[in-house]
Structures are given as structure tokens and as C-alpha cells.
Design a protein. Sequence first.
Lengths: 354, 354, 354, 354
Amino acid sequence: MAGKIRASIIGGSGYTGGELLRLLLMHPQVEVRSVSSEKSKGTPVTKVHPNLRSMTSLEFVEAAKIDSDVDVLFLCTPHGASVKLVEQYLQRGMKIVDLSADFRLHNSAEYPVWYGHPHPRPELLSKFVYGMPELHREEIRKAQYVASPGCLATSAILALAPVVAAGLVDTEHIVVDSKIGSSAGGASGDASTHHPERAGTVRAYKPTGHRHTGEIEQELSGLIGGRRVVVSLSPHAIELVRGIFSTAHCFLVKSGLKDVDMWKTYRSFYKDSPFIRLVKEKEGIHRYPEPKLVMGTNFCDIGFELDAHAPRLVVMSAIDNLVKGSGGQAIQSMNLMFGLDEKTGLWFPGMHPV
Amino acid sequence: MAGKIRASIIGGSGYTGGELLRLLLMHPQVEVRSVSSEKSKGTPVTKVHPNLRSMTSLEFVEAAKIDSDVDVLFLCTPHGASVKLVEQYLQRGMKIVDLSADFRLHNSAEYPVWYGHPHPRPELLSKFVYGMPELHREEIRKAQYVASPGCLATSAILALAPVVAAGLVDTEHIVVDSKIGSSAGGASGDASTHHPERAGTVRAYKPTGHRHTGEIEQELSGLIGGRRVVVSLSPHAIELVRGIFSTAHCFLVKSGLKDVDMWKTYRSFYKDSPFIRLVKEKEGIHRYPEPKLVMGTNFCDIGFELDAHAPRLVVMSAIDNLVKGSGGQAIQSMNLMFGLDEKTGLWFPGMHPV
Amino acid sequence: MAGKIRASIIGGSGYTGGELLRLLLMHPQVEVRSVSSEKSKGTPVTKVHPNLRSMTSLEFVEAAKIDSDVDVLFLCTPHGASVKLVEQYLQRGMKIVDLSADFRLHNSAEYPVWYGHPHPRPELLSKFVYGMPELHREEIRKAQYVASPGCLATSAILALAPVVAAGLVDTEHIVVDSKIGSSAGGASGDASTHHPERAGTVRAYKPTGHRHTGEIEQELSGLIGGRRVVVSLSPHAIELVRGIFSTAHCFLVKSGLKDVDMWKTYRSFYKDSPFIRLVKEKEGIHRYPEPKLVMGTNFCDIGFELDAHAPRLVVMSAIDNLVKGSGGQAIQSMNLMFGLDEKTGLWFPGMHPV
Amino acid sequence: MAGKIRASIIGGSGYTGGELLRLLLMHPQVEVRSVSSEKSKGTPVTKVHPNLRSMTSLEFVEAAKIDSDVDVLFLCTPHGASVKLVEQYLQRGMKIVDLSADFRLHNSAEYPVWYGHPHPRPELLSKFVYGMPELHREEIRKAQYVASPGCLATSAILALAPVVAAGLVDTEHIVVDSKIGSSAGGASGDASTHHPERAGTVRAYKPTGHRHTGEIEQELSGLIGGRRVVVSLSPHAIELVRGIFSTAHCFLVKSGLKDVDMWKTYRSFYKDSPFIRLVKEKEGIHRYPEPKLVMGTNFCDIGFELDAHAPRLVVMSAIDNLVKGSGGQAIQSMNLMFGLDEKTGLWFPGMHPV
């Protein structure tokens, strides 16, 4: 790049937009030009994102007034809103990273299944690359438009991709039991997020039929030539603000697999993926992934355990839903789209303890 | 009963013993005669269980000095210790409720599998009834000796028993993903329970090979004439002190099942079981079981969801690991053993919010 | 009493009403006749208070339709609403316990100071006794109408009353720094109680000017013949659902005070008060009061420490804001009003651990 | 600097050492040469600090084998250990930043008061500068040796310094009521930090006589020519891992002070201090400092409120005990000692929500 990447964000007052902004402000190759919010226009972004006090003097503008003379536009708008907004920007030449679900599914027939309505612009779906660098690095490098993955989907796909691709597991009986923090529900509260009700709970959230199932099955199926993959996804809201821990329970189709086989499968699959850390210790207290240890970071930690008692493999993954599950992964794609090292602006550790 | 039931507790300084004591002290038909603790002998029980201040003036005695002229003896000793202690009491005529795992498995061959060593007194196993009233009410009524179930086992068995008994689910592919509080690990801490490390974590604990698998499979198998049942149990330590939430992911062997079928199956199975509450609301924020809502109580709340997308049934259960999962269930058995209503001393609600 | 005390609750859908209901349902001498809620009328109370599932089949009615042929009426209505409602019941002969602030302050001139508006019916104030049995036991026994204290006020007054009454502390420099749980804010959430914002925070809430200051000063002043007492109250919202911990920092007017003097002062003042537990251990981990240990109970635990470095006394108190700070204390008053032992229906311990 | 600053850490396996290491590894002008730990020597630092996986391949060495050919040595050793270790390094010419309490108090007579034993090398005390840049920026720039402040002391001093320096408050009646997270107690647990006991508690920790009182009084007194300042410090362990919130309750010696006066006092005092953020909003949910918002950062957020009811000023401060309260502040001093901008390597925001 000659100069810095000029970026604007549409929909910057939510948790996704705020986290994207935090990361872009620290990115050495990015200049944030404007951030929009309809309800907060005219107010400093620090009123909504108080963590950014002293870090920026930006004020929210309405979407219609963002600086669109930019190299990249991030859409942090709600599902259904991105598809309406995007049209006006498609002819401008800028790159676009959409963090909503509007362009994640390639097959428009899947939208009614998971989102309850037909896709309003199915012809646009093929223009977007699914923005998961670990699976689509080369396509993202060449992409003009990227649809950044959902947070639960990210944790599930990254846990499962290597073993599905290797044909090791029964693809009809995959269970993904996820544990998620409250920030995944967004910045607008309701009765279920009132602290006395939400604190310390374990609450099944969509034990069946969660929307992210669609993108998980699409991506896993894509690894095996489009063959059918059925994923049973059940998220649980637990006492946590940031983080997702997904436990993928798989039944093996091969017998006699050893830990060393699993290590090879995962290491090989992720050999070029700096943000994947394999975590499987024989001793100590941090033997498997933990969301705490990736909080604030773009890492996805993955561990596994073979069951000696049954032909089962348990794979565990931990991410920060707002970073690798959202804003961080979007920047990781942006880095690739602009020819940068994908780690740029994202290469920092989490905290311990936290 | 002519007078009150005289009871003593061996091993009363742990969380299990403390909770049993809390409940026995409030039980209208019980008189607690003595409580033992080797390490705390001579000190008031309130030093160890400060919640009982003003409630009792009992002091711990050493086990050798407990008042054993009692009607019932509770053993809250560690696994492996109960079997050694119990012998001296077997000829005394008292009833015994053992809260350890030493007498839960009927088949002595299972002890090496799950506990890593042969059972030292296999001939005693047949003398003990597995103390889960919802499955063995009549046997418990007649029992002299009861082996009270494990906490994770309780949550898993109660979730699954009706559908396994009804032959609805594929018994080779049952996944139980449990979320547990820190009190389940007992009163003695280690590096993994140090607050900065344990707080706010999601940490897989024995993702394969957990000991309670043995009793879960035994009990479920017992419901279908001893046919094989394979349970894949994976507990996760989460931010919670008290409580277990188990998510049982089952694959259905029948198609076309409706909610109404499931309701009938569960209602019928538990029609005489006051501590089972079926929780499945169509609206509101408390649609499924939550450990918070049973905290401090002997209830096991159970909910379910059929998956429209896959032949899957998700069953959810919530208990307080120290009450229904331990001391409360032991008293529920005791009530039956002495001809009392099983609700006696246990019929009170939890708190909301908490 | 010949039969049971017949009771109705107006305003039963909030946390205060729900907790009062939980306790009344378990009370051996009370029969709950009706519970009102305008917004939830016609629905089972268990929809709103899911902890009470299996415990009651009551449905909410509108206030206008409550069964008012009762012995006691509890008002759990918001501040400002009780004073409007109460009129119609004053001539009916029933006893009334109001849990709002509407009748707590004796001097009507204090209402504009703390509540921002003149009291609409100042002539009624003298009819109500301030319902803190530890200070006004005999008056409550004879009372027809009781104004039950605020939660923060309860924790502060009970901590300070003995030393203020004994003339030990500088009444111009009393600081009460309180730590409170989210349930104290009630069942209706707003942006500040959205879990991602409220969880894990320490947030000053009204660091100056909190309304409860008025009743604290009234009650402490009443102990010393109406002489002026100035209390600087600063509550902090912390990660906690139930519970208040108040730290009262006092400066001593006498020198040479020893622990034994303090013990005598507190023991003497509270010798007839079963719900006050003095907690001051020389060793172990539970040396001072902790809200956890009184959760769900009517206890107020009090501890203290003399500062060897400065003429300062630190007094600490812990209560459950919804029990001793609200519904439990109201029942304690009710017990006295009906000639019962004040412990009736309230004499049970908390949990450990929790 | 010609090249990077070469740094070694003695005592790197605790939370303080780990956090210092996290920050130094990310510092653009620092090269970490070695890190010692007696108990973990020979193992990768990532075994102890799992957040640093993929970030470093350093292994712990024993202290005797650290690379001491460095520009700066950080001592993260326990109180009492630093003074023994430091001698051998004093003649080597390196700069030293000691994070223990061993050199914080200038007056050796204070050591017996607060630490219970005479200082073994009182002649060394004058060689160390108290490492709080906001108070001693110029001295630190010239310092060879720095004693980095305690975490509670940092939060208290920064809250109080401007108003004490300006003579606004009664220096005989200052109350500091602090709320602290569990990480402040260090990486070694005991019964009080066992999660079931520590979680969700409010536990007074040294309500009188806390050691940090000594350095707070020293520094505040230093601002007013050595005149006596008495601080009553009471810390409380609350549900929090990282963070300190200190509430300083002050009584004013001047009447008629307005918010604008306070703003001027604080802005003026901290005009050159980039890590101090004044937080006092008229609306919204983040009106005052919150530890969450500074987690992982070197900021100290400060807010205040004048009491209309009494001549009282409440000042609130929030820090991350392991960053501004420990490792971050040590690096801030290091930056000054080496002529760098004090923000170098420390200028990044916290997260929201978290």
C-alpha cells in the first residue's frame, strides 16, 4: 500500500461495530474515516464505547453522510439491513466486508430455512466470499466483497473442518454444544438480559434450529465435495460476557485412531493459519482451550480428546465472539484483501489471569 | 415413627456433609446426634459451615466417637473410604445411606473400568439399592442400605430415563454435555480452583472417561432389560458455584414424534415423582430448566426440544448438585426408608432472582 | 390466632413481591389469599416467579379485585403508589405492611429533600411504625400499620445503631460505603442492567444523595434523642444479584476502646434480636460478615474492627436485600403484629457454599 | 536508544511477572532477554502463562542464571526477597525497577509499622525513586532505581493527590474504601481463594491496618510539605479477577466548592499525565470510572461527586491492578528512565463490553 487503508464503518454503535473500531484504531495500516450510527449521530463515539476515551475524537454520523471515498467499507448492520444498504456501494470500487449474515449462504434456498424469508437479492450471493481465512485464504486475497462469518459458526467450523475434511467422522451425527457469553446477543437488552435474570444462569438458547447451523453445514459440506453434513447445534447462555466455547461431539468412522493421528490432522490442516493454536496439555490446569485465554484476541484455540470407551472424538474450540468471531476476523480478511500479512494489527496476546 | 429419626453423619466437614447437615437440621422428623470430621474434631460445626451459625451448637467428633446408637447413618466419606468404614456398622441394625460411589455399581467388574481398581468387597454390592427414588422408589422403601447417586449421574439419568425406557432413542449415540459448578469439586481446593483461574472460565473436565458414565449406563440399561447403552459424557466447569445443567443430545429411532408424545412420555414416567418438574414454556425468559431456579432445592427440572432439522431430541435437566445431586436425594431416600412422605423436610422452593 | 393469618399482596410481580410470596407460602401460620399485578393479571404467578413452580397455583389478579377480606395486607407497590392505594384500606380494620418508602419518614419535610416532592398525605405519617424490630419491637407489636425499611437503610442502621446509641462515634463524620447486588434495582431492566454492561462491574450508584440517607439519619438520630446525625452514604453496584454489604467507617469520640467494649456494646443492644449474628472470627476464611452466607435468609450479620492506627471503627454488615432488606423483615414485623414469635417462618439457615 | 532496551525479569512466574512479560513482549523498544522462576525453571513460560502461547519461546531460568547483561532489570520478587537479591546488581550499572514493597517507603521506621520487621538495608532506601510518574515524573527520568508502587496505593494516591495538594480536604478524616479483584492476591491460592468460597463474595480484607496505608500517607504527605495525613484504608475482595475501584470519602475544609472547581483541580494536576482520564458524565450508564473499562490497560480513570447534603467529596478511581497497579506502571517508569515517551508500548484501549 502506498498510504494507509482508508476505512469507514456503517453501524458502529453496536458491540460488533465498537470492537471493529477498537481494532481498526490500533491497526498500523488503517485510517478510520467515519463511523455511522443513526441513533447516536452527532455524539462522540466514546459516549457509546467508553473504552475508547482518549483514543479517538470521532463522532458518529448518519449512514447517509459517511465518508465513502474509502478503500474499504465495513457493514456492521443487522441481518436484513446490509442487503438493502450494499447496493449503493457496489459500483463505487471500494472493497466491502459485511459482518451480517446477509451474504454468508451461497444457496439462496437456505435463507428461508434459517432466516424465515427469501433472500431479496439472490443474484448478489455469488459476489461474496465467505470470510474465513483458514478455509478460503486465497479466495479472500482476490475478493472484492467478503461476508464475514457468524461467531458460533466460526467456533464450530474451525473445530470440525480438519476431521470432516479428512473423512474421519460420521457426518450425520455431529453434535455441537456451545457455551456463549452475553455480548453475543448485542448491545440492546431485553428481559432475558436483565442482570438478575441473566447472571449465573445456564440457559439453553435455541437448543434446536439455530441460524448458524446453515453456514456451518455449508462450509463443512464444502470440504467434502458438497456431500451432506448434518450438524446439531445447541448454544447455551452461561455466565460470561465475551467468549464462545464449542464442544463438538463426533462419532468416528475409523477405528484405531490415536492422538498422534489427530495431531497430524489438525497441524496439517492449519499449518498456514497463525491464529489457530492447538491446545492439548498432559498436565497443568490449562489443558484445553478456554475462552478466558483468548479474550480480546483473534486466536481460536482448539483441543481434542479421543474417547477410549466409545468411538467418539470430542473437539473443543474457544474464541472471543467479538474478535475472531466478528471484528477481528473481518480485519483478518481485510488484511488479505489488501495484500498485508493477515496478522497485521491483530497479533497480540490475551491476558492471564482475567 | 414414634419419635424422631436419630441420625449421625460420618464425614461432615465437606460440602456434601455440610449440605446434608443443613437439610437434616431443618427436617421436622430428624434429630442429628453427631457429625464427624477427623481434621476438625473438637471445633464447632459452624466454624466450617458458617451458614449454620445460630442454628446448631454441634461440634465435630472423630468418626470413632460418633453416636452410633442411631436409626440412620450417613456416610459422606470419600470414594474408597466408605467401603472400609461400613463394615463395622453392618451388624448394628441401623440403616445406612452412603453418599460415596463405593456401592453404586452393581457389577464389581465395572469398578476397575471407572475407578481404576478392583472393588475390595464385591459381595457387599448387592446389599445396596441405588438411591434414586424416581427409578427405585419401592426398593428404597424396603432397603436397609442405600447408595446415593452421583450428581452428574443424577442429572443425566433423570433427563434420559423416560426416553430410553420408551425405546425412543438410539442408545449407541447418546451425548451428555454437562455444565457444572465449582462446588461439585469439593471443599479442598487446588491450582485449578484458585479463583483467578477458575472464575469466568469454561474448562472441559474429563471430556471423555468421566467416572459417572458407569452408573449412568447401568441405570439406563436397567430400564431396557440390561441391553447395552453407550453414553458419551463430557462435563464442563463453568462460572457457577452450585448447579448442574445437563444437555442430553439424542438421536431418535422413531420418526414423526411430536411435542405431545414427549410430554406424555415424561409425564407418565414421572407421575409419582414430586421433585421432577417439567419445564417447557412457549414464551417468556424461563422456557427451559435453569440451575439458578433449583438452587438450594431438591428439584430436578427437565425440558426438551425436538429438532425439526434432524432426527434429534435435546433434553435438558437442571439440579443443585449438593441437594438433588447429593444431600437432598439422600434424605429423600431416607424418608422412604422410614415410611415418610418423600417430600418431608425437602418441600421448599428456590429463590428468584438469585 | 384461631386460624391462619389471611394475607393478600398488592404488587406481587416484582422481586420484592415475589420474595414476600415465597416466604409467606412457606409460613406455617399464613394463608395467602390473593396477589395482584396489573400487567400480569390472569396469569399464574409461576410464570413470573418460576421458582414457585409446583408450590402454588395462584394467579395474579388486578389490584381492584384482590381478596381484601384479610387480616393483613402487604403493599409491594412503587414509591408514590402506596400512598394513593392505602386510603381505601384504612377503614377496613386489616393490618397493613407497606414495603414502599411512602410512610418511612416521620417528618413530612424530609420527603421533598429525598424524594423530590411534598408528601401528599402528611397526616398519615404518624400512623405508621418504622418496621425494624431490632429498634422498634414493642411499637410494632401494637402497630396497625407498619412501614417496612429500605434495604440499604436496614444494613446501615443495624450496623450503626449500637455505637451511635452508646455515644461512641462522631456523628458528623459517618461514612457508609455499600456494595449491592442487581436485584435491588428491581425486576424492570434498563441499559445499565443489560448483562454485558452490568456483569463484573463496580459502578458507583448515587455516590451522594441516595434516598435512603433520610431514613438512616432519622433512625440513628432517634436513638440519641433527636440529635443531628449526618451519614454519608455511597452505594456501589457490584457483581452480585442478591445481597448488600455495608461498610460503616466511623471516627471514635472516645479513646482506648477495646474489642471487648465493642462486643459488649453490640451484644447488649441486640440481646433480644435473633436475626442479628455477630461475626468476628480470629482465624479461618469467614472472619467477617459475607452476603453469600445470609443469602435467602432473614439474618443480618454484623462484624467490626477497631483501627490501631487511627481513631476509627469499621463496622460491616451483610444482609439479603430481598429478605431482611425487604420481604423477610416485613414478615418479621407481621409476626410481631399478630403475637407470634418473630422467627416464625423465617428461621432457616443459608447455604454454604453458594 | 541506539538499539532496543535489553530487559530481564527476576520472578516471572507470578501474576505480576506474567503481566509485565506480556507488556514487554509487545513493547516496540524492548527485547526480553530472560525470565527467572525457581520453581518453573526449564519449562516454557507459556506453561505458566498460557495466554502467551505463540507469542514467545522463552523458558524460565533460575534467577542465578538470568542474562544480567541488560539495560534494565525488573524484580517481581516477593516483599523481603527483593532487598536480598538487589545487592549483587547494584554495581552492574543496569537500571532496576523493583515491583516489591522493599524500597517504597523512604523512612525506614515505617517498615516495622507496616511490614512487621525492621528494614534490613535502610541505607538503600534513598537510592530508589517512588515510581509513580504522575507525581514524580522528573525524578524518574533521572533515576537509576525505581520502586514501583503498590496497586491499592496507586488507586488511592491518584484519586486523592490533587485535592490533598490543593488543601481542599480534611487530612485527618480520609476514608478509602477499595474493592479489589482476586488477582491482587497473587498466583498462589489458599482456602480463601478456593472458587466456591471466593466467588460472589464481598469479604473485608484487612479492614484496618493494610500495608499500603504507609505508602499512601507518605505520598500524600509529600504533597503538602510533609504534614501529617491520616488515611483509613479498607479493601474488600469482591467478585472480580482484575481491577481495583477505590472510593475516597473526603470531608471538605472549604465550603462552596463547585464541580467546576473540582474539574480545574484535577485537570490542572494531571495535565501532563496521559494515563489519567477524568470520567464524569451527566448521563448514560458509564458516568463514573469502572474497572471493566480499564481492564488490561494502563489507564487510571478518576471521577468525583460533591455531596450537596454534607461537606463531603467522593472521589472514585479505577485501575487494572496488574497493569497501572503493577507491570504497566513499571514500564511507564522504564520508558521515562530511558528517555522514551511514557506511552510507548502502553497506549492501547480496553475492551467494551467485557
